[in-house]
Design a protein around this ligand. Structure first.
Ligand code: ADP
Ligand code: ADP
Length: 220
């Protein structure tokens, strides 16, 4: 089954304990909100899951395996970390074609994901003219190229206009409704409470609360 399983991650940067026993699970069919103040360790956790940072201790598994051991990583997990660094003179479609080609995916799939994120009319324009909202859509299109059962997004609505925020929330819910596991971070609980069915609240590198939103509402 499609999952992310994080167990006992510890990670130190010099004197800073970025992760201090981080453990949680992301399950399919719902959006898991990863909430906590800036500096709580959300991005570091996501980077460890993607194999971009090494943990000092603990494990992070994607569909039961470490990211580095996945033979077809983009078919397992798609990620949107920081707003994509785009070569401004290239079109959005060319960015995706390049990525698809490097992963053995087709131009047909590129046009599918462009449609999924609603970038049809802009995809043949140079990315240099893209707004943040369009760059986020392009990043999400890239994450979806391999049709992965697991998606992970780090602060995807940061800096977006209200229309972009509404779109991303609805889109994440629809990805979860298709049965995917979706992990999305925010430093604001209010950004996630209507989107996530499951909340993992973190502070100082560890989980403070792990609950379904239904249980949270029932207890309030
Ligand atoms: P969040 O995503 O929740 O804001 P981060 O994972 O970015 O938190 O950061 C967790 C802690 O680790 C912070 O104190 C941050 O300053 C520190 N940190 C993260 N990355 C680095 C790095 N490359 N070098 C030094 N410190 C880092
Ligand atoms: P760098 O940040 O060092 O330039 P890359 O961004 O090329 O590295 O990616 C480093 C690793 O992260 C690669 O193994 C790549 O497969 C993975 N990766 C990059 N982007 C994604 C994504 N959207 N979804 C899943 N994995 C990704």
């Amino acid at each position: 089954e499609a999952t992310i399983e994080v167990t006992g991650l510890r990670k130190r940067f010099g004197q800073t304990m970025a992760l201090d026993g981080m453990s949680f699970t992301v399950t399919p069919g719902q959006v898991t909100g990863f909430v906590g103040p800036n500096g709580a360790g959300k991005s570091t956790t996501m980077r460890v899951i993607l194999g971009l940072d090494a943990a000092d201790e603990g494990s992070a598994l994607v569909n039961g395996r470490p990211y580095q051991s996945l033979r077809n990583p983009l078919g397992h997990i798609g990620a949107l970390l920081d707003a994509a660094a785009l070569q401004p003179s290239r079109t959005a479609r060319n960015h995706l074609l390049w990525l698809a080609h490097s992963q053995g995916l087709t131009a047909k799939r590129v046009d599918e994901v462009i449609g999924l994120v609603g970038l049809e009319s802009a995809a043949r324009r140079k990315a240099g003219g893209y707004s943040l909202g369009m760059r986020q859509r392009l990043g999400i299109a890239a994450a979806l190229l391999g049709d992965p059962p697991v998606l992970m997004l780090d602060e995807p609505v940061n800096g977006l206009d209200p229309e972009g925020i509404v779109w991303i929330r609805g889109f994440l819910r629809s990805l979860a409704a298709e049965g995917r596991a979706v992990l999305v971070s925010s430093h604001l609980m209010s950004e996630l409470q209507d989107t996530a069915g499951h909340l993992v609240v973190v502070g100082r590198g560890r989980v403070i609360a792990d609950t379904s939103v239904a249980a949270l509402i029932a207890a309030a």
